[in-house]
Design a protein around this ligand. Structure first.
Ligand SMILES: [Cu+2]
Length: 308
């Protein structure tokens, strides 16, 4: 098309350079996201440890991939069939076989080591967590109670989800939180995507020999959606909740209110009432902001919640 031979190659290089540049700058990804290789951002140190494991596993896989691709291209480029003569044969080459047995074995050992140490870190439990939450799942909602905080009538501070309100699990940031999971009926699963963690909730976890306790800490304030991740019946998909992570001083104010009687109702402050009274802006929104309330989509819904 009228192009001189001399100009074809530079133009190809320019075009491919331009395509590469567009790919890099038009994706809208931050360097951190690029290095995350698709791993979503978490909000706990445990999630960050998992991200690091993922990033370095992908880097290791890419290094192996680049080596293998290089060897394949080197072979197909420089060792094409030149004659009918059989090339030099390498079977039963002991040094070679030892190398390609030992190297993959070492790779598995390294991957196993970092997987096991990361898992141990994620599953670690302190003897004295800062906060304990009893999580009870039921068809089809959640109940959260704080056994160490009592209302004036001596009952644990409790938040329970209903057909019209998504339960908020309010917790402090930068503190070790222990979650004790159980279920009232069938198997559910406590899943907070931003934790990168989920665990099934069993009825009678002790009798089912289930480790129903895990701990984490949350690095930043915010609202994070939680879901049931175990198909548990008709309204499984609506079994949502919200983690509301507040700074320790805000959490203390929240818990102070929850352990007192609301003069307006003569009852202990509910979660929405306490948040409304705190009036700290978006973080004190009295209803869930990451998901909507239990909605069966039926005008005359007969959906029920039980277990209160
Ligand atoms: Cu469920």
């Amino acid at each position: 098309m009228g192009l001189k031979d001399g100009t074809r190659m530079p133009r190809m290089i320019k075009v491919s350079g331009l395509i590469g540049l567009v790919c890099v700058v038009a994706t809208g990804c931050t360097p951190r996201q690029v290095l995350g290789f698709g791993w979503p951002e978490g909000v706990t140190p445990q999630a960050e440890a998992m991200r690091q494991l993922w990033t370095w596993s992908v880097v290791a896989a890419l290094a192996v991939g680049v080596l293998v691709w290089g060897l394949i291209f080197w072979t197909v480029t420089f060792h094409r069939k030149k004659s009918d003569e059989l090339p030099r044969q390498f079977q039963y080459n002991n040094p070679l076989e030892v190398i390609y047995t030992v190297i993959p074995f070492l790779m598995v050992v390294v991957l196993f080591y970092f997987t096991a140490t990361t898992q141990n870190y994620v599953m670690a439990e302190e003897d004295r967590p800062d906060e304990v939450v009893d999580v009870v799942a039921f068809q089809w909602n959640w109940e959260f109670s704080y056994p160490e905080h009592r209302t004036p009538d001596g009952q644990p501070v409790t938040t329970i989800g209903t057909s019209s309100s998504t339960p908020l699990l309010v917790v402090p940031t930068g503190s070790t939180i222990e979650y004790r999971l159980s279920s009232e009926d069938v198997i559910h699963s406590f899943f907070v995507p931003k934790f990168h963690f989920k665990r099934d909730t069993f009825p009678h976890p002790d009798k089912n020999n289930q480790d129903n306790v895990f701990q984490n800490s949350i690095a930043q304030e915010g609202s994070f959606v939680g879901r049931c991740a175990e198909l548990c019946g008709t309204y499984h998909s609506m079994m949502n909740f919200e983690i509301r992570a507040l700074s320790p001083d805000k959490f203390d104010r929240y818990m102070d209110l929850r352990t007192r009687t609301n003069p307006a109702t003569d009852q202990p402050y509910t979660a929405p009432e306490a948040l409304r009274a705190m009036d700290c802006g978006k973080l004190c929104t009295p209803h869930a902001v990451t998901t909507s309330a239990f909605d069966t989509g039926r005008p005359s819904s007969a959906a029920t919640t039980s277990g209160s």
